[in-house]
Structure formats: structure tokens, C-alpha cells
Write a protein that binds this ligand. Structure first.
Ligand code: SAH
Length: 209
């Protein structure tokens, strides 16, 4: 009960009052129990206004970053979406409420196992969690209406542009280790037209073997 109240407060104070407008995004984040995706010992902090640690030195992104990223995809419900950097599976759970099908790629096998378990435990069945190097996208699910990357890249991986539909949207933090620009782009005539949403700090997108 307490956590439900905290979730409603998160939506109001961390998201709506800070400029998140898409009613579907606000509803999705009001619905997904974030506590299921954070480590057991941090459950009470599930609705804190910041990133939280996962295992393997990774993090579950700040709620506002999740909201800004998914809002920029401008989803209506019928889309196929790729997430790169599934981590805990939280953002994939939010996306599951906003799109028809979600492919969530994660490079660390343990996190894949945990994310699958968390998603299953709350009955989400339109997310496929895949263990792979997301810099190559996931060709089996392409083309995508939207792609969201939850780890920072120096440059936008070419495979992601290729796997995005014409008119589709890509959200990715671009920059170095200590600070990036969260960019939202639309694919127009095969090329990305980018705008900056905000400055941000994400963990780096690592190179697979
Ligand atoms: N969206 C996540 C937050 C992820 S943090 C959530 O909601 O919890 C970024 C994640 O990207 C980490 O789990 C990290 O392991 C993963 N990652 C880093 N490089 C990757 C790559 N090349 N391919 C796939 N996942 C990657």
C-alpha cells in the first residue's frame, strides 16, 4: 500500500510536474511496480528520484530518464520496439504497456535471467529479453518503429539506424563516460534528424566479443 502511494507520488512530482505530458506514459509508469525490478535490499527506495544500483556495476535508470526516453518514442500502441540495455527490465515493462511488442537486448547473462523473471512475475508477455550485443541491434525483430538505448554510445551504432523504419524514432544518450546528450531522432530519407532532450549520465554501451 505504501509503495503504491509512493508510485503515485513519483508520477506526480518526479514526472508530471517536471514536464512529462504523454498521458499513456504517465499511466504506464503509474502501473508498473518498480519495486519488482530493484534488488531486494533496495525495495524501499524503489521510488527514489534517482538511478539505483543493479548487480555487475549496472544501474536502473532514474524514473525521469525512463519517462523522457519513452515519451520521445511517441508510441500509440501498435508498434514494435527495440530496447538496448534491458538491465533490470523496468523500462521494458513500461514499454510493454505502450507498444505491441518489445525486444529487449541485454549483454550480461545474469541480468537477462533476472529481467525475464521479474517480467514474468507480473504477467508481462509481450517482451522478449535477449542476451546479445545490442550495438548490432536485433535483426530478427526488425524493422522497428522505435528504438531506445539505455547506455551511452560515442556514436550511434549504424545497425540501429538500419533496423529503424523510415519515420521511426530512436532515443540514445550520445557522448563520453561522464556526460552525454540524450538525443531523440527521427529517420527521414534514411538519415537521422536529431534533437537534444537533455544532458544525462548513463553507463557506457560496452563492446561485445
Ligand atoms: N533500461 C535499464 C537500465 C539499463 S543500464 C533498466 O530499466 O533497468 C544499461 C544496461 O545496458 C546495463 O544493464 C548494461 O549491461 C547494458 N549494456 C551495456 N552495453 C550493452 C550492449 N553492447 N548490448 C546490450 N546491453 C548492453
Amino acid at each position: 500500500m505504501q509503495l503504491e502511494k509512493e508510485r503515485a507520488n513519483m508520477v506526480e512530482y518526479q514526472l508530471r510536474r517536471r514536464g512529462i505530458r504523454d498521458a499513456r506514459v504517465l499511466a504506464a509508469m503509474g502501473e508498473v511496480p518498480r519495486e519488482v525490478f530493484v534488488p531486494e535490499s533496495l525495495r524501499r527506495e524503489a521510488y527514489a528520484d534517482g538511478a539505483l544500483p543493479l548487480s555487475h556495476g549496472q544501474t536502473i535508470s532514474q524514473p525521469l530518464m525512463v519517462a523522457m526516453s519513452v515519451e520521445a518514442l511517441q508510441l500509440e500502441g501498435d508498434e514494435t520496439v527495440l530496447e538496448v540495455g534491458a538491465g533490470s527490465g523496468y523500462q521494458a515493462a513500461v514499454l510493454s504497456k505502450l507498444a505491441k511488442k518489445v525486444y529487449a537486448v541485454e549483454i550480461i547473462p545474469d541480468l537477462v535471467t533476472n529481467a525475464r523473471r521479474a517480467l514474468d512475475s507480473i504477467g508481462i508477455d509481450n517482451v522478449e529479453v535477449i542476451c546479445a550485443d545490442g550495438r548490432k541491434g536485433w535483426p530478427a525483430g526488425a524493422p522497428y518503429d522505435g528504438i531506445v538505448v539505455a547506455a551511452a554510445a560515442e556514436d550511434v551504432p549504424e545497425a540501429l539506424v538500419e533496423q529503424l523504419k523510415e519515420g521511426g524514432r530512436l532515443v540514445i544518450p550520445v557522448g563520453g563516460r561522464w556526460g552525454q546528450s540524450l538525443q531523440a531522432s527521427r529517420k527521414v530519407k534514411g538519415k537521422l534528424e536529431a534533437e537534444e532532450l537533455c544532458r544525462c549520465v548513463f553507463v557506457p554501451l560496452v563492446h561485445g566479443s
